[in-house]
Design a protein around this ligand. Structure first.
Ligand SMILES: Nc1ncnc2c1ncn2[C@@H]1O[C@H](COP(=O)(O)OP(=O)(O)OP(=O)(O)O)[C@@H](O)[C@H]1O
Ligand SMILES: [Mg+2]
Length: 314
């Protein structure tokens, strides 16, 4: 067994196969804590008590790919779906716990969450009100910190990242869409789309070019100069989706994006998500309490009382 540390400081054991070029190597971990400690099916490996053999390749851009998975963990071992061969791992969470202090007492909200998402997956997180969906999204989106656990986002160890650096991660890697749109009332639709680019210090010329394209993408070019108060709910949400795409993020996180819309307008917003997934291969995590909307995605994760109950890919 080999012990190795990768650039994110994660140590793991197993056989290492050097295949030449810089940053181009593969790794086969067997059983127990091998690759589970790294970025993959973490909890699944450790908890199943069954052997799992798989190989991972890290390319020069620090992206992790699953090359092979000889023996999977029994489905549902931890409420997790099986790792997929050929996948680029976007998110891995292991044993995430989060609670809030109520007076002297700590109220547990998220309990021992194990979770992973591949690049290009379209996932729904389904659960009743109060089940912890927004709390989960806040942690996924690096807007809140977990009490314990490990979280890797596109190979980056979020649980070891300093608060100051998380702002940058949020801005570059994640696009947010909220139920209540959260547009800035004083700014036009186009300027709202440009806000994340301002934080990313994109030049004015480039901002305008990109925001024009994004307006086109969401079919809102004609409303570019409108203030949010001059837009309908569905239009505001389309602008919010365009804004979420401003810095070409790795993932889109949407918390009840159609919750404030009537069914017809909600349909248009859902169609836009489908389009972003299909045409741009965006990784999308959609939080909803509607089983019907969840059915429109590729994978449904059910959450109840802060725990993942089921995780099914279609
Ligand atoms: N800041 C906080 N302090 C204390 N408790 C909180 C806080 N934020 C959320 N909670 C509690 O955590 C639980 C989960 O809340 P959360 O907002 O994640 O639920 P949700 O699944 O998003 O619900 P909804 O579908 O209604 O949006 C709730 O019981 C809520 O009261
Ligand atoms: Mg919520």
């Amino acid at each position: 067994m080999l012990q190795k540390r990768d650039s994110a400081g994660i140590s793991f054991g197993g056989k290492l196969y050097q295949s030449g070029g810089r940053g181009d190597w593969s790794f086969a971990g067997a059983g127990g804590d091998a690759l589970g400690r790294a970025f993959l099916c973490a909890g699944r490996t450790v908890r199943s008590g069954r052997g799992i053999v798989f190989a991972v390749r890290r390319d020069h851009r620090e992206h992790f790919w699953i090359l092979s998975c000889v023996q999977g963990v029994p489905a549902g071992a931890c409420g997790c779906a099986e790792p997929r061969v050929g996948a680029w791992i976007m998110i891995t969470m292991r044993s995430i716990n989060k609670g809030y202090m109520l007076g002297e007492e700590r109220l547990p909200i998220l309990k021992d969450i194990h979770f992973s998402v591949d690049k290009g997956e379209y996932v729904a997180i389904l659960g009743p009100s109060g089940s912890g969906k927004t709390t989960f999204m806040n942690i996924l989106g690096c807007m809140d910190v977990m009490d314990s656990g490990e979280y890797y986002l596109d190979g980056m160890a979020i649980h070891e990242t300093k608060e100051d650096d998380l702002t940058d991660v949020r801005n570059r890697k994640i696009g947010f869409i909220f139920q209540t749109y959260n547009l800035i009332p004083q700014l036009t639709a186009q300027k709202n789309i440009e806000v994340p680019m301002l934080y990313a210090r994109i030049s004015r010329k480039e901002r305008e070019k990109r925001s024009r394209k994004l307006l086109e993408l969401v079919d809102m070019t004609e409303r570019a100069k409108h203030l949010p108060s001059e837009l309908s709910g569905g239009q505001k949400q389309r602008i919010a989706i365009a804004r979420s795409m401003a810095n070409n993020p790795a993932i889109l996180l949407a918390d009840e994006p159609t919750g404030a819309l009537d069914s017809k307008t909600g349909r248009l917003v859902m169609d836009l998500f489908h389009k972003l997934h299909k045409e741009q291969n965006k990784t999308i995590i959609l939080i909803t309490h509607s089983p019907e909307l969840a059915q429109e995605t590729q994978r449904i994760i059910t959450i109840s009382d802060g725990r993942i109950l089921s995780d099914e890919r279609k």
